[in-house]
Write a protein of this length. Structure first.
Length: 120
């Protein structure tokens, strides 16, 4: 697990795309589930409390010498030939299965829902 400085507040860490890295991601998912449930319980006990909801975003990065990189280079060439995108490469989302490393972000936003016990 690597933590890079100078990223957004939502950034948590980067992990390799293997079982060890995915174990870190699964641990964070458990923590986020607990956080979301605690926020719902606070909203139940205090109707003036506006609950926050956390969501995990995972973005893949190809890394160096990735054999899957050619697939994304070909897609970029196709986009440029059709007049989309400029420069060395157009913005693309890298599939998790093709990524060498994963960047993990946690986004928090306010939920406008009101909760009942049945929804927990």
């Amino acid at each position: 697990m690597t933590i890079h400085p100078n990223r957004t507040e939502a950034y948590r860490f980067s992990v390799t795309n293997d079982n060890d890295g995915l174990a870190h991601v699964n641990q964070l998912r458990k923590e986020i589930r607990i956080f979301n449930l605690e926020e719902k319980i606070k909203a139940l006990n205090d109707p003036t409390h506006l609950p926050q909801v956390a969501k995990i975003d995972i973005f893949g990065r190809l890394g160096k010498n990735n054999p899957n990189a050619q697939r994304y280079r070909d897609a970029c060439k196709k986009q440029r030939s059709l007049g989309w995108g400029f420069g060395a490469g157009a913005y693309q989302r890298i599939a998790i299965k093709d990524a060498a490393t994963l960047d993990v972000y946690v986004r928090k936003y306010y939920s406008m829902k009101s909760y009942t016990l049945a929804q927990l």
